[in-house]
Design a protein around this ligand. Structure first.
Ligand SMILES: C[S@@+](CC[C@H](N)C(=O)[O-])C[C@H]1O[C@@H](n2cnc3c(N)ncnc32)[C@H](O)[C@@H]1O
Length: 309
């Protein structure tokens, strides 16, 4: 008689080995905590562009290797390099979050009732944005990241403002099956978001991501992606940027994939998407904000790519 449970365990062990796992305080998971901290700081600013009432609680609940600020008062005491990193990061995240908030809510108001957030991390849009009735929102990320997030949100008694589905899967794995099993319907138009993700995917995984999204996108679907051009590389490899990463407790250069990347506009246009893009500094100016400091210099190379089918 075959030992089916044993076989399943073996398969699972291979899968764990194939795709590195992380949680909210290790590897790329820690970057999700970093951007949550940035949103917590942005939320406190009098001229805030977004308000994320849950961000501070994530930082408070985590036990990161380096102290992560959750209040503006926390950064006053930090060394110059860390203070510059956190203020410039939160300033950029205000711009980025508002741009993608508007993109998603405009799509939903226009009748797209299926939303997929790839690499959702500690994104709380399901809880903090106004969604029309009938919206189904899917959050894809690694299991331990989503478990941490749901633990904190559950502790706060937070309630989503749409039908929310968590999809714990690695984006290099067969995530379309996991998405379908969570209730995704490829016959309906979808709005997709990939924010803060592409640098962490190898080139082949990135291509596969766009192929799969295109395959799953019914006519009328939309997509928004944050893309950092390869010209950002000297900045990321600069000792100042490395040091800033160390203030968070990660080596960003180690996590970043530069090799063989192409402009996402190309595969998307080839797959029938009508692609547009705008630079992050251009969006910042529209919102009356000047990007500055380390992140300001970095996101000169950042574009918000949007597409419609
Ligand atoms: C910088 S955070 C951005 C999170 C979120 N989009 C936001 O802006 O708040 C990067 C996220 O990508 C996720 N991620 C990176 N590679 C992934 C992969 N292969 N599969 C699933 N999630 C991944 C990490 O777990 C992390 O939550």
């Amino acid at each position: 008689m075959s030992d089916i449970p044993g076989l399943l365990l073996l398969v699972e062990a291979f899968r764990m080995e194939e795709f590195e796992q992380w949680d909210i305080v290790t590897g790329v998971g820690l970057t999700a905590l970093g951007v949550a901290a940035g949103r917590a700081l942005e939320t406190e600013r009098p001229d805030r562009l977004v308000s994320d009432p849950y961000a501070e609680a994530f930082v408070a609940a985590a036990d990161p290797p380096m102290p992560v600020p959750r209040r503006l008062a926390d950064i006053a005491e930090l060394p110059d390099v860390a203070r510059d990193m956190w203020t410039s990061l939160s300033s950029y995240l205000g711009v980025r979050s508002r741009f993608f908030d508007r993109f998603l809510t405009t799509a939903a108001a226009g009748g797209i009732a299926q939303v997929v957030v790839a690499a959702a991390g500690l994104d709380t849009r399901a809880f903090r944005l106004d969604w029309p009735p009938g919206v189904e929102l899917f959050e894809i990320d690694q299991a331990r990241v989503l478990e941490f997030k749901d633990g904190v949100l559950g502790g706060l008694g937070a309630r989503p403002r749409c039908a929310r589905h968590v999809v714990p899967v690695d984006l290099r794995d067969d995530w379309p099956v996991a998405l379908r099993d969570a209730g995704f319907d490829r016959g309906r138009a979808t709005v997709w978001l990939a924010e803060g993700l592409l640098p962490f995917l190898p080139a082949d995984a990135e291509r596969l991501l766009f192929d799969r999204i295109s395959h799953l996108s019914a006519p009328g679907s939309r997509l928004a992606v944050e893309h950092l051009a390869p010209s950002v590389r000297p900045i990321i490899e600069d000792p100042e940027y490395r040091e800033a990463g160390r203030q968070l407790g990660v080596d960003i250069v180690e996590l970043w994939h530069f090799e063989g990347k192409e402009d996402p506009g190309r595969p998307l246009a080839a797959a029938g998407w009508d692609v547009r893009s705008v630079t992050a500094p251009e969006v910042a100016v529209q919102y009356g904000r000047q990007l500055h400091g380390l992140m300001g210099r970095t996101v000169v190379h950042s574009r918000f790519v949007t597409a419609e089918r």
